[in-house]
Design a protein around this ligand. Structure first.
Ligand SMILES: CC(C)=CCC/C(C)=C/COP(=O)(O)O
Length: 290
């Protein structure tokens, strides 16, 4: 009498299992046994129907089936592809996750690009969005900071503004370097009608406006004494400026999200390297002699 274990496992691999047709009554007797023996036959490569099953198998399983296929001495083992080809058949989890994120990013950015042109769904709001764009542009921020720094009559004020200038320059440099390295094109629906751009600004990752918005708003919240409503307004400005980049079709959502992250981190660097008469006296001494 066959033991229950033998009934579940069926014939051992390498026995005459290849002659049994999966799905036949003899083969199919006993639920789990049917599926298990089908698998055994497929591994041995005996049944043409199983070849179809293997062909539709995932790359991961296909890879795994190569060594088993050569286990049966009577079967001709398929030639193994070179190692690098097999790696290509097996996309990593990270690769799949990144591709999915990218697909969602492109889809969402296109959906949100409602002010990308005058004829877009929210085309009438486009002038307002462009005004916001200027409010976060590098030129007014650089010129405004320089002007206030030169006009400031207190040392404390000059120190803060000098550090804001340093932050803005560091931000421009970092964004230019990353844009140049990543070279991600701006969305196809973007109209390149921005006010004063440099060559790397044809690239979109990360959003320079988003980095500036995060950096400047964190700087202001830390160094200016503001009433709560004004503090809320500063945060709101940064958020709406970031959103407007996607609505104008200038950026994808990930450009802006990374821009916010980068700007936030850049402030931490500026705070860490804070320029003061104690650590860079030369800057302040030179100024004093003017
Ligand atoms: C050259 C100077 C001083 C500023 C350029 C500012 C600018 C045009 C940045 C691009 O921003 P997005 O990456 O958000 O489009």
């Amino acid at each position: 009498m066959p033991s229950p274990r033998r009934t579940i496992e069926g014939r051992p691999l390498g026995s005459s299992g290849g002659s049994s047709v999966p799905g036949s009554p003899a083969h199919g007797a006993g639920g789990g046994r049917f599926e298990f023996q089908s698998l055994l036959s497929c591994r041995a490569g005996a049944d043409p129907a199983c070849a179809r099953l293997r062909a539709s198998d995932s790359p991961v399983h296909r890879r795994g089936s190569f060594p088993l296929a050569s286990a049966g001495p009577a079967q001709a083992a398929p030639a193994l592809p070179p190692e690098e080809d097999r790696m290509n058949l097996n996309p990593s989890f990270l690769g799949i996750a990144l591709r999915s994120l990218l697909a969602i990013d492109l889809w969402l950015s296109k959906k949100l690009g409602v002010c990308a042109g005058e004829s877009s769904a929210w085309g009438s709001v486009r002038p307002l969005m462009k005004l916001l764009e200027i409010s976060g542009h590098g030129i007014p921020w650089l010129l405004g900071t320089l002007y206030c720094m030169l006009r400031s009559d207190s040392w404390a004020g000059r120190e803060v503004l000098m550090n804001l200038l340093f932050a803005l320059l560091l931000d421009l440099l970092m964004v230019a370097v990353i844009k140049g390295l990543v070279r991600r094109r701006r969305p196809a629906h973007n109209q390149m009608d921005m006010f004063f751009t440099v060559s790397v600004d044809k690239y979109s990752f990360p959003s320079g406006h988003a980095t500036r918005a995060a950096l400047v708003s964190r700087f202001i919240l830390k160094h200016l004494v503001l009433a709560i409503p004004l503090r809320v307004l500063v945060v709101l400005w940064a958020f709406v400026l970031g959103l407007s980049r996607v609505m104008l079709g200038r950026h994808n959502v990930t450009d802006v999200a990374f821009g916010f992250f980068l700007g936030y981190m850049l402030y931490s660097i500026v705070d860490y390297c804070w320029l003061s008469p104690h650590n860079v006296p030369v800057l302040f001494v030179l100024w004093n002699h003017q």
